[in-house]
Design a binder for this molecule. Structure first.
Ligand SMILES: [Zn+2]
Length: 157
């Protein structure tokens, strides 16, 4: 059995600022409204796969850490990040930006692309869904705006 939860329709969304060094206009600090949709596959138990409400709660909890923050990649090949007390200093392509620590969400990747966000958010949701032994895999899509997104399929077994 397969179930789908649409991120736009269920308000599974977050708004963040980010930048992608060396990628044209994306190298400037800018923002997106993101939405996260999920597809779950597995064996039904007592006529259901998993409660929609429980899955939405899990996704909302994970997305809260991203919402209204600046996404700063920490595995900087293209950028360097220094955390000094309550300040996060980011440098790339001759630019220096500084943010309050509490305004930042660190992304364990080289860049905060929707592809990397899908992998990271997908792994976080996988951990939370571990209690559902009847689920076999998830497909998670991070939409960067209403018409484009990146998907990842993750095995839950
Ligand atoms: Zn962008």
């Amino acid at each position: 059995m397969k179930m789908t939860i649409d991120g736009w329709g269920n308000n599974l969304r977050f708004s963040s600022a980010h930048f992608i060094p060396d990628l044209g206009k994306c190298s400037r600090l800018h923002g997106h409204d993101y939405a996260v949709s999920i597809e779950l596959e597995g064996e039904m138990e007592n006529g259901i796969l998993v409660d929609y409400g429980d899955v939405k709660k899990v996704i909302r909890k994970v997305l809260e850490t991203y919402d209204h923050r600046v996404l700063v990649p920490t595995l900087g090949v293209r950028s360097t990040v220094n955390v000094q007390q309550e300040q996060v200093k980011v440098e790339y392509s001759g630019k220096t930006m500084s943010f309050f620590r509490e305004d930042v969400c660190f992304i364990e990747a080289d860049i905060s692309s929707s592809e990397n966000l899908a992998s990271i958010i997908g792994s976080q949701i996988k951990k939370e869904l571990g209690v559902y032994k009847n689920l076999s895999n998830l497909t998670l899509t991070v939409y960067e705006g209403p018409s484009q997104g990146s998907s990842v399929r993750i095995d839950l077994k």
